[in-house]
Design a protein around this ligand. Sequence first.
Ligand code: UFG
Length: 340
Amino acid sequence: MRVLVTGGAGYIGSHTVLTLLERGDDVIVVDNFANSSPVSLERVAGIAGRAARLHTVDVADEDALDAVFTEEKPDAVIHFAGLKAVGESVAEPLRYYRENLGSTFSLLSVMQRHDVRTLVFSSSATVYGDHQNAPYREDGGFLDAANPYGQTKVMIERILTDLAQADPTWRIALLRYFNPIGAHRSGLIGEDPRGVPNNLAPYVAQVAVGRLAEVGVFGDDYATADGTGERDYIHVVDLAEGHVAALEHLRAHAGVRAWNLGTGRATSVLELIAAFERASGRPIPHRVLPRRDGDLAQAWADTTRAEDELGWRAQRGIAEMAEDAWRWQSGNPQGYETAR
Ligand code: UFG
């Protein structure tokens, strides 16, 4: 299959591009490197033994994207490109709505013009808001999100649902990710956030490697087993394989449908820190701080639908996630920055 991947140089994108290359797909990456490095794609090519074709284009630039489609004639698209920092989205809502919705409109127009109607969209468990209790099910009803970033996911899911209802030839997968962590087992590609990480796993990894001093644990008074927040961490390679399973499903099924990509298991903040301590062999200093605004006590997936319909199930546990993340972080303490 010829698969065009927007945001293919990013964290989840690069792991998915690698999975596609390894199974023999022809891969086209569209990325503007706003929050990623081209080094990730060089590393992916090194691991796979062959490369994706790269177009350094902003997805929101409809004319430039149109030219890419004319040249590459993709069969399907995986759409990762977008802004994703929760706190930043609260401070700059217009930028988030403009960029995430604008690039999606541009992509959908170009796809329509070129008769490409197979799309896998990068959604998030954030669309469940706080209206349901874990485990979250895809058919749990009303979708909402606590911040503008999450709202862009809710809105794009709505737009894609309306589109598939208006034109039944579209084949659209809405993949609701839980908490992707870890790295490819080679340690050559991984998560490389700009600035101080917002998310727990990269923060813990940077403390372990000595880049940051200590982890702040955001609250230890939740109604959970150890009082800290519980999440469904999923290995990024399992997540990448979930995209391939969705693409395969879409070959045989038209319409639009949502699937959770999680493990169905919950891990607390303290358990994740302990897993990184074991993986790195180093103590990880941490201190309890007040709760972070907008955080839920618990979030994990009901994985039944993905198992039944996509035939996909996450294979890798927390120990492997921490070991692989540590191999990446210890081998690349400054991420891709110093690799050129
Ligand atoms: N946490 C800390 N210290 C930190 C960072 C996080 O204790 O420095 C805690 C949080 O309170 C939470 C857990 O670690 O209990 C996980 O937090 P993350 O920020 O890693 O992940 P979230 O579950 O808050 O957010 C993730 C994605 C969002 C997405 C959201 C809901 O980052 O994009 O899941 O699906 F919107």
